[in-house]
Design a protein around this ligand. Structure first.
Ligand code: PRX
Length: 686
């Protein structure tokens, strides 16, 4: 991948020069077994049949009380789905499978330590453990429907158990990715108003047993500084009966769940029948401004949408072994490890570790041993595995019928390696485009109905009706060869309900650009703007080009540039900071940081380290910059704005364009020399 192909000042401009790829067709054997082979599906989900078409997804669930109104738009754009209906998510994911599938594995957990045995959790065991933990949450913590609980845990069976125990009580869970720092967790505790934090003492990553409990102490401290008091810290143990962290437990506040839950042995908690529109969970995601947004997902709409898309797009059958290698701490894990697969009674593999430890053959050994036949991961992982062991998959005897890619655009060359080497030229691939906010897939091929096109997500999902608009709101037709802003014309059940505690920001961010009548209760006036640029080929396939705002997509996860810049400014020597995305062979994009120092300080490795440390503590290692450049000054407009566009061009070895109108054009040359060296060539993948 050359630097020029991979990133640009304007991504849209570059993408239009990408060539169309040839189509790949699903095999006849795949089609013969697929869950969805009926092309009239798309007629049933046409705009004429909206919103009633979504009854088809809702009928995959068990309702305590059937709804009377499919879509209520009276508080648009906070849409309510399946109003009047009542259900419980934990009942739908666990209890209702017992009669037929009590002994079936819900999860097969694989430790990062290759010599440790798997933990198989049957639906019966899941039922028992969810009930006992729900009893603890209710009795010991006094939690009830509508309360929030923050969960900061690694990839262990206790994580979905905790989520489902919350859902059983109608308690809203907010899972924070385990790799996030204590500070990031604390801010989310405070925003969500959680008085209970569920965590774990330790977990394995790259062969190291990491102390995770210490993050809980920091999180509680940060939350307290924002006036949110955490009363209970519930600590699961990685090795039950043994404490694996060196951080002391805090008396009264901290308790080992493994001990305490024994008191609730055999207890059953009646699943609380929740209104369809009651919030099920919050999932925080980055936006253009500093504060992460708590995306609030509802119960009935969300669960219907993930059940429907899991069945048809993930194509899971009762006897399949499905492995989504995402982390449950992201939306992919919520929708397509926990709620989607469990609502269908499927068997999922849960993996604790990193895919390249101890070597790049690890995922393929797991797939071979467990006979995984549906595999789900992100382009960044595919690139990493390809780089670390391009021929590794050939050494193992595994066979995927179906594979997913999610989280960021996949380069056609990487897609082809995925198809040929991992999919052995046979697997059907779905490139699923969606977001934390959307709950489930928006665009993807329907695996037995559509051919695949490397680099393109494909057509829209049933019942999703996208359009590409220019800045003025005029549609850009398919095949125009021009990119624009993709919008979804209609609401759908998986769509998030609001930003927790900030309805105005919700309306402004996602609907402000194209809504013309703020008082309208007609859904047609509220196209949803996800913030991505896209172009539509003549055949209707959408190619997603990336974010249009100030968000960097690192390894398939959104990081707000403002969040990173604020972290840099915590270092006392730093005067100004600018964060730009730089192309990276494995992660897609990485943040690169430019800082200038306050007068009296000189550049040093030590300051660089302090900046990296500040990012690690404020956000987590996932946000680690590729480089920190300490520059004498930032290129600025005459009005004093830092020209991030110019810095991004320098970082990516591209033409900086005309800089003569800047307040300090000479700075550009010196920054360029520093970053790209005398010859003008950056140490690109160094
Ligand atoms: O820019 C799009 C990109 O990831 C963003 C959503 O990130 P997040 O909320 O963290 O959710 C990731 C998992 C769904 C989108 O706005 N994105 C996601 N999937 C794709 C993608 N870009 C291109 N192709 C995809 N398949």
């Amino acid at each position: 991948m050359s630097r020029q192909d991979s990133i640009g000042v304007s991504e849209a401009e570059i993408a239009v020069h990408w060539q169309e790829e040839k189509l790949y067709y699903p095999s006849t054997s795949f089609i013969a077994q697929a869950n969805m082979t009926d092309a009239t599906l798309f007629d049933r989900f046409s705009l004429d049949n909206f919103p009633e078409c979504f009854k088809e997804y809702a009928d995959l669930l068990t309702w305590d009380k059937y709804w009377h109104t499919t879509l209520d738009t009276s508080d648009a754009p906070c849409f309510k789905w399946f109003v009047g209906g009542r259900l419980n998510a934990s009942y739908n994911c666990v209890d209702r499978h017992l009669a037929e599938n009590r002994n079936k594995a819900a999860f097969i957990w694989v430790s990062e330590q290759e010599n440790e045995p798997d933990v198989v959790l049957t639906y019966q065991e899941l039922y028992v453990r969810v009930n006992e933990f729900a009893a603890l949450l209710q009795d010991y913590c006094g939690l009830k429907a509508g309360d929030r609980v923050t969960i900061h845990m690694p990839m262990v069976p206790e994580l979905p158990i905790t989520m489902l125990a919350c859902a059983r009580l109608g308690v809203i869970h907010s899972v924070v990715f385990g790799g996030f720092s204590g500070r990031a967790c604390g801010e989310r505790i405070s925003d969500s108003g959680s008085s209970v934090l569920v965590t774990m003492d330790a977990y394995y990553r790259n062969g190291q047993l990491l102390n995770h409990k210490e993050k809980a102490d920091e999180a509680v401290h940060i939350a307290a500084s924002e006036d949110q008091i955490v009363k209970h810290v519930l600590v699961w143990q990685r090795y039950p009966g043994k404490y694996s962290a060196s951080t002391p437990m805090v008396e009264e506040r901290d308790v080992f769940v493994n001990d305490l839950v024994k008191k609730y042995r055999g207890q059953r908690v009646e699943p609380v029948s929740m209104p369809a529109e009651a919030p099920l969970f919050l999932m925080y995601t980055s936006g253009t401004t500093g504060r992460p947004k708590g995306c609030q997902h509802g119960t009935g709409g969300y669960l219907s949408y993930v059940a429907g898309t899991t069945k048809y797009v993930q194509d899971i059958h009762p006897n399949d072994v499905y492995w989504c290698m995402a982390d449950i701490g992201w939306i992919t894990g919520h929708s397509y490890i926990v709620y989607g697969p469990l609502s269908l009674g499927a068997t999922s593999v849960l993996f604790e570790g990193v895919p390249t430890y101890p070597d790049a053959g690890r995922p393929w050994r797991i797939a071979e041993r467990l006979n995984v036949n549906i595999f789900h991961t992100a382009p960044t992982t595919i690139r990493m595995l390809r780089k670390a062991g391009p021929d590794e998959p050939n050494k193992y005897n595994f066979n995927f019928k179906h594979m997913t890619t999610v989280g960021e655009p996949i380069e056609p060359a990487v897609w082809k390696w995925y198809h040929e080497v991992i999919g052995k030229g046979k697997a059907a691939i779905v490139d699923t485009w969606w977001q934390t906010e959307t709950g489930g897939f928006l665009c993807s091929t329907m695996p037995a109905l559509h051919p695949m096109k490397p680099g393109s997500a494909g057509p829209a999902m049933p019942g999703i009706h996208p359009l590409i608009l220019d800045e003025d709101g005029n549609p850009i037709p398919a095949g125009a060869g021009k990119a624009g802003n993709i919008v979804i014309q209609n609401p759908w059940p998986g769509q998030f309900q609001t930003i927790w505690g900030d309805r105005d920001r919700f309306v402004r961010t996602y609907f402000g650009k194209y809504n013309k009548n703020a008082h309208s209760t007609d859904w047609r006036d509220w196209p949803y703007f996800p913030g991505d640029a896209s172009m539509q080929a003549e055949d209707g396939y959408f190619r997603i080009l990336g974010r249009v705002d100030d968000v960097i997509n690192v390894a398939g996860h959104r990081l707000g540039t403002k969040e990173l810049e604020s972290a840099c400014l915590l270092v006392p020597e730093v005067a100004e900071a600018a964060v730009v995305p730089v192309a990276d062979e494995v992660k897609g994009k990485m943040p690169e940081i430019y800082i200038s120092l306050k007068p009296g300080f000189t550049a040093s490795k030590e300051i660089e380290q302090k900046v990296i440390q500040a990012i690690d503590t404020s956000i987590g290692k996932i946000a680690r910059p590729k480089h920190v450049w300490i520059v004498p000054d930032m290129p600025k407009t005459r009005s004093g704005k830092i020209m991030r566009r110019v810095l991004a061009a320098v970082s990516n070895g591209m033409d900086v364009g005309d800089v003569t109108t800047l307040a300090n054009p000479e700075v550009v040359a010196s920054v360029k020399k520093m970053v790209q060296g005398e010859g003008g060539e950056a140490d690109f993948y160094g």
